[in-house]
Design a protein around this ligand. Structure first.
Ligand SMILES: [Zn+2]
Length: 126
């Protein structure tokens, strides 16, 4: 078998593996939707954002079938939530009021340069 054939065979195997993975994910999602109840959400995007969405859901699938718009957006939401929780866990307490963040003083020291809520809160923004 030539190197080219081996490479082709390996790629086909990876595609099948990827397909099985996606099918398993799809089945898990269907089961989860059934258990949790799924609501339809309508979103409006500019044509350039829609184009980027379509490029990226293909790019992130790498060799497999592109993620659906729904899968792609849902995955981003989950990843952002994860990131947010990690950021919050790393915050600790406010230098001014010593209260746990992001709640902190709840606005008592708003404007105080030592209070996290005055400027540093932006770290949590997108
Ligand atoms: Zn504070």
């Amino acid at each position: 078998m030539s190197e080219q054939d081996k490479l082709e065979r390996k790629r086909a195997q990876e595609r099948r593996r990827s397909k099985r993975y996606r099918e398993r994910k799809k089945a898990e999602k269907a089961k989860q939707e059934e258990q949790l109840g799924v609501a339809k959400v309508e979103l409006s995007f500019s044509s350039s954002d829609r184009d980027r969405l379509d490029v990226m859901r293909q790019a992130r699938a790498v060799v497999g079938e592109p993620y659906s718009r729904e899968e792609y957006i849902a995955e981003l939401i989950q990843q952002d939530e994860q990131r947010y929780q990690e950021q919050v866990a790393a915050l600790g307490c406010c230098g001014k009021c010593k209260s746990p963040l992001p709640q902190g003083c709840d606005g008592v020291f708003d404007g105080d340069s030592d209070c996290w809520r005055t400027r540093q809160y932006r770290e949590l923004m997108l």
